[in-house]
Design a protein around this ligand. Structure first.
Ligand SMILES: *[C@@H]1O[C@H](CO)[C@@H](O)[C@H](O)[C@H]1NC(C)=O
Ligand SMILES: *[C@@H]1O[C@H](CO)[C@@H](O)[C@H](O)[C@H]1NC(C)=O
Ligand SMILES: *[C@@H]1O[C@H](CO)[C@@H](O)[C@H](O)[C@H]1NC(C)=O
Length: 470
């Protein structure tokens, strides 16, 4: 007696295709049509049928059968051409090979409703000829890419992330980033003139988290919301306000407030622009994450949750929320605003000085396919996929928050300079949500467009907020 478990053989059948499959079976003339079990592509567990029978028969031999469940299976080489009436051990015993898809691997993957299964990011369906036909998308996580990166030693290590598993590379680029490249006018925005004084001492290592403890906010997780434009802006503004208020206010500003309410030329979780985000922060302001929590899109990211609160002017340049917090447990619906953002030059030292003096900065960067699997070390875009078709080598624009820098010596004695930056892919990605990336070489264009900003913090604000603190 066979156990209750079933396996799927290397061939497949699909309900809609029953007729054509039936015809294929029919072509074996006198042979009985396989049992209904066969038709659903489900068979009994492994067994040594052909082996027990005492061998395999060359060519076609309709007598070359073994009893099998409530029917018979075949051990003739004709099996190789037909659908699925050969014995489970036909491939191994008669041909000395394994079926194109090992049955054991397929076992719990196949959805018996519609005869499909997913191989990483690719959907496999049962084709007309009774063979599995899979899509050929480049996946966001490719085992061979991870192995190659770790084997070749690029100075950083790659890892598998379950949150990315099963997504295509295109989906990753479409749903995990979400910053529109600034227009040419914006890209040509004047850089602020910084007086780099020969005396400015820039240390070899600097981390905003150490200089301003409790004022630098932890990396966020944007989920499948294509809105790094809102996440990086809210994060930089949160840090800057905390630093400038000397810790009297340490708001974690709400990306959702931007996503839902800053809708002028913005796409919410379908992407947006950082200049638009800064405009909104300056003119309207946003509340905290606690007041207006992030709600990742459930169905289509294009559906932006409607705006739950605006702000209105109440004199002396101050603004007030028009509604209670969307989170009914939060009563602090204070509005936080910023001053106009300013653009820094692409000079490494000027960026460093700005971070050291005023706090983290925002930067846009090009995210390439290998960045998603980054785990630790100093990231540089690698050439592991250069030999692959262009669909495996893609990039799109993202924005992040740079919080510090450092340098590291490798075993050859060479020094590698890096930036420390916070991503918005959760804290289990990279180095606790942060990554390090090569510094001084405009790696992935991270030095091409860097933004700083001041929070709008008055003495009065500091006083009021101070009074409220526990
Ligand atoms: C099985 O059939 C395929 C296609 O007809 C053929 O290329 C292959 O050599 C056959 N394998 C064996 C072991 O007969
Ligand atoms: C990566 O993670 C997924 C989901 O957790 C898992 O199914 C897959 O086998 C993993 N791949 C590797 C190479 O570890
Ligand atoms: C994600 O954002 C980018 C930049 O705005 C945009 O080009 C892309 O179409 C967006 N993807 C989706 C699925 O909305």
């Amino acid at each position: 007696q066979q156990t209750g478990s079933t396996i799927i053989l290397f061939t497949c059948t699909k309900n809609e295709y029953s007729t054509s499959v039936f015809n294929l079976f029919q072509s074996r003339t006198k042979r009985e049509l396989a049992s209904p079990l066969h038709l659903r592509g489900i068979r009994d567990p492994y067994g040594s049928y052909c082996q027990r029978r005492g061998g395999c028969c060359p060519g076609r031999n309709d007598q070359c059968t073994v009893p099998y469940l409530d029917t018979i299976c075949y051990c003739d080489l004709f099996c190789n051409r037909t659908v699925s009436d050969c014995c489970p051990d036909f491939w191994s015993h008669c041909l000395g090979t394994t079926p194109p898809y090992p049955p054991s691997k397929l076992n719990d993957k196949v959805n018996s409703e519609d005869s499909t299964y997913k191989e990483n990011c690719n959907l496999c369906t049962c084709g007309q000829n009774g063979r599995w036909e899979c899509e050929h998308h480049a996946c966001l996580i490719e085992d061979d890419m991870i192995q190659e990166i770790n084997r070749r030693g690029y100075g950083w290590r790659a890892s598998n992330y379950s949150q990315f598993w099963g997504m295509t590379l295109d989906e990753g680029l479409q749903y995990r980033l979400g910053t529109q490249r600034p227009s040419r006018t914006i890209m040509n925005m004047n850089e602020i003139q910084m007086n780099m004084n020969g005396n400015d001492h820039l240390p070899s290592y600097f981390n905003a988290v150490d200089k301003w403890p409790g004022k630098i906010h932890e990396p966020f997780d944007q989920g499948n919301c294509n809105a790094s434009w809102a996440f990086s802006t809210a994060a930089v503004a949160s840090d800057r306000i905390s630093i400038q208020s000397m810790g009297h206010m340490t708001p974690q500003l709400s990306p959702q407030n931007l996503i839902s309410c800053d809708t002028r030329h913005q796409g919410g979780c379908s992407g947006g622009r950082i200049d638009g985000a800064w405009w909104y922060l300056r003119r309207k302001g946003v509340v905290t994450e606690e007041c207006y929590p992030f709600s990742p899109p459930q169905q289509s990211p294009a559906e932006v949750a409607r705006c739950m609160m605006q702000s209105r002017a109440v004199g002396r340049g101050k603004r007030q929320a028009t509604a209670h917090c969307p989170n009914s447990h939060s009563y602090h619906n204070d509005i936080y605003q910023s001053t106009p953002p300013y653009r820094l030059s692409s000079n490494e030292n000027e960026i460093m000085k700005e971070i050291m003096d005023n706090g983290p900065v925002q930067a846009i960067m090009e995210v390439h396919e290998d960045f998603f699997v980054y785990k630790s070390g100093i990231y540089r875009h690698t050439d592991v996929n250069y030999h692959k078709p262009s669909q495996s080598r893609k990039h799109a624009t993202h924005s992040v928050r740079i919080t510090g820098w450092g340098e590291e010596r490798d075993y050859n004695g060479r020094t590698h300079k890096y930036w420390i930056a916070a991503n918005s892919w959760g804290k289990n990605w990279g180095e606790d949500g942060y990554f390090r990336i090569a510094r001084g070489v405009n790696e992935c264009e991270i030095e091409a467009f860097v933004i700083g900003v001041w929070g709008r913090v008055t003495m009065e604000d500091m006083h009021n907020h101070h009074g409220r603190r526990k």
